[in-house]
Every structure is written in structure tokens, then in C-alpha cells.
Design a protein around this ligand. Structure first.
Ligand SMILES: Cc1cn([C@H]2C[C@H](O)[C@@H](COP(=O)(O)OP(=O)(O)OP(=O)(O)O)O2)c(=O)[nH]c1=O
Length: 192
């Protein structure tokens, strides 16, 4: 029996690269365009779950016979929730908040198949060294922060800012691989 089509509901190039590491190549990529505004008093893990599910549902509505995979990554520091920075000034603010502290990264991953949807939320804890004003300015100039939750990329230059992580590294980069493979297997989809 042939496998159903696998659709990745994401515009994130990192998610494609992470899937490739475990031998998963989506048949199609169709980013979901949804409103990512948090609800009032929504916790970071609930937000990551809701957005991952909404992205998967939005694309599954147009591809009911496919297996649809989506994810969402948010950063939480203290009581603050950090999504993607809108501009350089916001990126500077985010990096000042993360400097010399621990924060948490939550990635929700959702798989929709056959009218059902299942999800997981994976947490990682990240410690960052104290960042000087010059380091923040140089990092923001590099542009690497664009399109990344919390305005940094652990897989890039900001990897040198990180002193310790507890939890899933691929979840920080945008997709927890263990949970993703399990969710896909639960939906009857396995890599060849
Ligand atoms: C913390 C962190 C996040 N990120 C990325 C992962 C996600 O792509 C992005 C968070 O934004 P998301 O809204 O999760 O995803 P996206 O906008 O890139 O793509 P789509 O909504 O279409 O799926 O931040 C890194 O690449 N490295 C990091 O260290």
C-alpha cells in the first residue's frame, strides 16, 4: 500500500533540514498563514501547542487525504513571552532580556491525519552568558536573529552565547525529532 502524502505546513527552512537529518523528506511544503497572537493569559506551552495545531489544521482543511505536520517555537524568559522580533530594536530588547539568564524554549509539534490531530509540546532549558552591548549590537547587525523566536539561533553564531542546555536541541532549532517521528508513526507514516 502506498504511503499518504506528507505535507510540511511550515515556511521554516530549519524544519526541512531537521527532518532530512532523520530521513524524512516532505512530499510538499505548504506554509500556513495564521494569526500567531497569544491569547490573554495563555502560557507559553499552551501557545506553542495551539499554534502548531492551528497551522496543521489550516493546511489539513485543504489536503484532507494527506498527513500534515506543523510546529511552533516560542521562548519564555521570566514572565515574558518572546516570539519573533519585529525589528532590530526589538531584537536588542530580547537579547538584553536573555543575557546572563536561563530561559525556556517550547516547541509544539502537531500531526493531522484522517480528520484527527495529535500534538506534543517539548521544553528545553537554555542558559546564556552575559552579553555585552557590543556583542548584542554585532549580533543584531548580522541579521541572524530574523525569523527566529527569541531573536537568536542556537545553530548559528548565537551558539557561542549558550553555556548549557537541558532538553532537546532540535526542539530549540524548531522541531523535536523524537516526538515528530513518533507522531508520524502514530498517524501511519514512516520514513522509507
Ligand atoms: C530559539 C530558536 C528558534 N529558531 C527558529 C525556529 C522557528 O523557525 C522560529 C520560530 O518561529 P515559528 O513561528 O515557530 O516558525 P516559522 O515562522 O519559522 O515557520 P512556520 O510558522 O511557517 O512553521 O525560530 C531557530 O532557528 N533557532 C533557535 O535557536
Amino acid at each position: 500500500m502506498s504511503r499518504p502524502e506528507l505535507v510540511l505546513a511550515s515556511a521554516s527552512p530549519r524544519r526541512v533540514e531537521l527532518l532530512a537529518l532523520v530521513g524524512i523528506v516532505p512530499d510538499r511544503i505548504e506554509p500556513a498563514d495564521i494569526d500567531e497572537t497569544p491569547l490573554k493569559d495563555e502560557t507559553p506551552p499552551r501557545l506553542a501547542a495551539r499554534l502548531a495545531r492551528s497551522k496543521a489544521e489550516a493546511v489539513a482543511a485543504r489536503a484532507p487525504d494527506s498527513v500534515v505536520l506543523a510546529a511552533d517555537t516560542v521562548v519564555a524568559v521570566g514572565r515574558r513571552l518572546l516570539e519573533k522580533a519585529a525589528d532590530e530594536a526589538e531584537a536588542v530588547r530580547f537579547l538584553k532580556l536573555l543575557s546572563g539568564r536561563n530561559h525556556r524554549v517550547f516547541t509544539g509539534v502537531a500531526v493531522a491525519a484522517g480528520g484527527a490531530i495529535r500534538h506534543r509540546v517539548v521544553e528545553a532549558r537554555v542558559s546564556m552568558k552575559v552579553l555585552s552591548g557590543d556583542e548584542i549590537a554585532a549580533y543584531v547587525r548580522s541579521g541572524e536573529w530574523r525569523g527566529k523566536a527569541g531573536a537568536y539561533g542556537i545553530q548559528g553564531r548565537a551558539g557561542a552565547f549558550v553555556t548549557r542546555i537541558v532538553g532537546s536541541y532540535p526542539a530549540i532549532v524548531g522541531l523535536p525529532l523524537h516526538e515528530t517521528v513518533n507522531l508520524l508513526a502514530g498517524a501511519g507514516w514512516r520514513a522509507e
